[in-house]
Design a protein around this ligand. Structure first.
Ligand SMILES: Cc1ncc(COP(=O)(O)O)c(C=O)c1O
Length: 391
């Protein structure tokens, strides 16, 4: 079978900005002799907390771990319900199942990728304990409505901020608002440690509880037991987890944190350029903004306007690939996955707004060091596809 011609250069969906500072920071840890959780992880926690305006931060090895720890520390368990948007990644729902609680899925607000506060209110039952808003793509959810619902019903709010570092809502930084906020430092995220995460909170007791659970449920300073100032003596108080972040990762994180705002501003410039150059194309709907929010621009998600092209989203992705451009889809809603259909009896058609978003959406490359030429390559490819496949 003849293979398709390959483009000379492939523009990936994401490329992390790793410079000399990151390399030096990791090398210093390698040479220090202390590789796992230690002084760099502690420094990363305090610098991160200060950056987002939180009193406490616990560094962990993923956002999934952060979400699980927050739920576990809040003692969410069997018989409890947690409200989760269906438009999210696997992690947001699965952590609820880890706790033997039930993820109660809700639809998007019409025309938006964010959870609908009205649907949240309607999903509340006497068993509801918490809400997990997802700040999809880096744009904060409608936090004033969600916090009001939580106050009215005595619910906890655990923010899934995997996409939203740094982001602001009504003058407050994401990381300083809910009971706990969970960040991801996965390879494609706005700050990366390869794999990693952070959970922030204003509540000292909750922070202490999450810290203990993050390292085997061992009482205080478990990480320190091999150092000169530490002791081998410890007590296991809970069935905890092995969720700690290493110093190697934390060193990378500290170097990335120092340029987090400037990386965000560079991504915002890419987003501006996309908006400017794509706005004339009737085939594509561009991301919306919210006057109350400042976008982290983790993702630049466009949608195909229904009826405007002869081809669907998957073919558009293939056509972009043929033109040397990597993209992704965020997300196939949870209720369309077999786990949620088989275990929790969700079915297709149940959340029409999320399904409509999913049908037509794709995420374009966006990263701080994207060049003018690369932006133009993406724009030109979309123009070509819009021309070639116009309905
Ligand atoms: C919305 C959302 N939540 C949680 C996660 C999980 O993050 P991690 O890979 O750090 O566990 C992701 C990962 O992509 C995500 O997109």
């Amino acid at each position: 079978m003849a293979s398709q011609p390959q483009p000379a250069v492939f523009l990936p969906f994401h490329r992390a900005l790793i410079e000399e500072e990151e390399k030096r920071a990791v090398l210093e840890v390698l040479e220090s002799g202390w590789l796992t959780t230690g002084p760099r992880a502690r420094e990363f926690e305090s610098s991160f907390a200060a950056y987002v305006g939180a009193k406490h931060a616990v560094a962990v090895n993923s956002c999934t771990a952060a979400l699980h720890l927050a739920l576990a520390a809040l003692e969410i368990g069997e018989g409890d319900e947690v409200i989760v948007p269906t438009m999210t990644f696997a992690a947001t729902g699965e952590v609820v199942l880890y706790c033997n609680a039930r993820p109660v899925l809700v639809d998007c607000r019409p025309g938006s990728f964010h959870m609908d506060p009205r649907a949240v209110r309607e999903a509340i039952t006497p068993r509801t304990r918490a809400i997990i808003p997802v700040h999809y793509s880096g744009l904060p959810s409608d936090m004033s409505a969600i916090m009001e619902i939580a106050r009215d019903h005595g619910l906890r709010v655990i923010e899934d901020a995997a996409h939203s570092l740094p982001a602001w809502y009504d003058g407050k930084m994401v990381g300083s608002m809910g009971d706990a906020t969970c960040f991801s430092f996965y390879a494609t995220k706005t700050l990366t440690t390869g794999e990693g995460g952070m959970v922030t909170t204003q509540d000292a007791l909750l922070a202490e509880r999450m810290r203990i659970l993050s390292l085997h449920g061992i009482s205080r300073h478990a990480w320190n037991r091999y150092s000169a100032s530490g002791t081998w003596k410890y007590e296991i108080t809970d069935a905890g987890y092995k969720y700690n972040l290493t110093d190697l990762q934390a060193a990378l994180g500290l170097a990335q944190l120092a340029k987090c705002t400037s990386m965000r501003n560079s991504r915002a410039r890419v987003a501006e350029q996309y908006a400017l150059r794509l706005s004339g194309l009737a085939a594509f709907q561009l991301p919306t903004s919210d006057p109350l929010s400042t976008h982290a621009w983790h993702l630049y998600v466009i949608e195909i306007n229904p009826g405007s092209l002869r081809i669907g989203r998957d073919r558009v992705i293939e056509e972009l690939k043929l033109r040397g451009i990597g993209t992704s889809v965020h997300f196939m809603p949870l209720h369309l996955h077999p786990l949620y259909q088989k275990k929790l009896a969700y079915r297709a058609g149940q959340f029409p707004h999320a399904e409509q978003r999913f049908e037509g959406c794709l995420s374009l490359p966006i990263y701080p060091h994207m060049t003018e030429e690369e932006i133009e390559t993406v724009v030109e490819a979309l123009r070509d596809i819009a021309r070639s496949f116009a309905a």
